[in-house]
Design a protein around this ligand. Structure first.
Ligand SMILES: [Zn+2]
Length: 120
């Protein structure tokens, strides 16, 4: 499916949920690896800011699949490696701590990855 770039839509419930998922995933990772509580270490904070920025600029917005399935891969290479690490660690744990969110994330991943309409 091709589509035109979507306007940013931070208030859409899907986008709010995406931000929540990212936040929890980074929290879980930082707690597990860097021993932080309630506050991220500077590295993880930087990573989270980057992930949220990419999300806010995602051309698919609420019509996106999950970032892991997306055809665009908007993360720069070192951040992409980082997100893989975080997801691998936090994915299964999210299922325990925030099962609804994890289920939604799995469900969103079943969406066919859209591609951008080149004519747009
Ligand atoms: Zn950390």
């Amino acid at each position: 499916m091709t589509m035109k770039p979507q306007p940013p839509n931070p208030e859409h419930k899907r986008m709010k949920r995406e931000r929540k998922t990212i936040t929890y995933m980074v929290d879980i990772y930082c707690k597990g690896h860097h021993g932080t509580h309630g506050r991220l270490c500077p590295e993880c904070q930087q990573f989270k800011d980057y992930a949220l920025l990419r999300l806010s600029k995602c051309p698919f917005q609420e019509k996106k699949t999950t970032c892991g399935k997306c055809v665009i891969h908007c993360y720069k290479p070192d951040m992409k490696a980082e997100v893989r690490k975080v997801m691998r660690y936090s994915g299964p744990r999210l299922l325990i701590h925030h099962p609804t969110l994890a289920l939604h994330h799995a469900w969103d991943g079943r969406r066919k990855p859209p591609t951008l309409d080149k004519a747009a």
